[in-house]
Design a protein around this ligand. Sequence first.
Ligand code: GLN
Length: 221
Amino acid sequence: MKIGVLALQGDFAAHHRRLEELGAEVVLVKKPEQLDEIDGLVIPGGESGTFLKLLGAAGFEKLKEFVRLKPTFGTCAGAILLASEVENPKQQGLGAIDMRIRRNAYGRQIDSSIREGKLLSDLDGSGSPLEMVFIRAPKIEHVGKGVEIIAMEGSDPVAVRQGRAMAATFHPELSDDTRVHRAFLNMAREALVDGTRGVFRGGPSLSDELIRRRREEKDRS
Ligand code: GLN
């Protein structure tokens, strides 16, 4: 599984390191055509307006198509890029996650901070503590029905997921806790398995099919 890290600008080195530590093969993506070679993408923090400039119209369209199909994880400026609606100021979003996000929402006084939030568990929603590094962070002001909240800080959702897109307004690559990146890699792995569906003409996934065959072999012997 090859994971790309968008390396036009910003905080891509820390993601690179973290993903490699977790066993992924990492490619630094500097050209739009490299998107064709990867199974998932991380869009790092930086300045979302600058990302838009560096991508240009063609790069933006290519990225928009990518995020519809393949697992993508955006942190901070990357989360802003993935949103359907961006405020302060208004700017284009890729629309991968149905949410309204406000740039630089914490004001100048709390430019950067480290706070403790909660990673929500699918099972009971009670959540376990997670250190969160915020740097000129945006705020998720509204999410659509199809959006799952995966982490909260106080009463604010700070990490969300919709389909194959995941976004965090903080920087998990700057904390020692690896759970958020692991969740993304799991999602990318699942998408890769799903991608093999259809090999048996719209039938079960390749792994399901292999399990079924092994069962049959055992039954026969
Ligand atoms: N303030 C930046 C923006 O609006 C995001 C900051 C970050 O990525 N750390 O794009």
